[in-house]
Ligand binder design. Structure first.
Ligand code: ZN
Length: 140
């Protein structure tokens, strides 16, 4: 005896979903934790989603901090030699970006407290003098 199969009835208990990659395609999820049409759509979402953008921003910040730290390392040696501070313009010409670095550390010099911006191995402070800006570098 033949059993009549009703093809119109959806056997899945899961409701149809819209793919989360942004393609707006509707699909039938096979599992409750499936939010994308297939692995290609999942990969697309992973590579273009906000998470990727966040990493890109962080990577850019890390790159700048690393670069700045290396520039400070280079000029720290010169500062010791000349026993003075460098004009900030020289470091800027070398690629130093002043805006980067949010960690502030306190450095005490002759019982006076100074606020320094800390990078990895070095920290710095900008000194405004007349119309010039100088940079004071310390090893952390
Ligand atoms: Zn999709």
């Amino acid at each position: 005896m033949l059993k009549k199969i009703n093809n119109n009835k959806d056997p899945s208990p899961l409701a149809k979903r819209i793919c989360k990659c942004g393609c707006e395609k509707e699909f039938q999820p096979g599992r409750s934790d499936q939010f994308h049409l297939n692995s290609r759509h999942y990969n697309y979402a992973y590579n273009h989603g906000p998470r990727k953008e966040k990493y890109a921003e962080e990577n850019q910040a890390i790159k700048t901090i690393r670069k700045n730290d290396r520039i400070l390392e280079k000029y720290f040696k010169y500062c010791k030699k000349i026993r003075g501070d460098f004009n900030l313009l020289i470091l800027k010409a070398d690629g130093f970006e002043v805006e980067t670095g949010t960690r502030i550390i306190t450095y005490i010099e002759d019982e006076i407290e100074f606020k320094y911006v800390a990078l990895y191995k070095y920290c710095y402070r900008i000194i405004n003098q007349a119309n010039n800006q100088y940079i004071k570098i310390h090893k952390i």
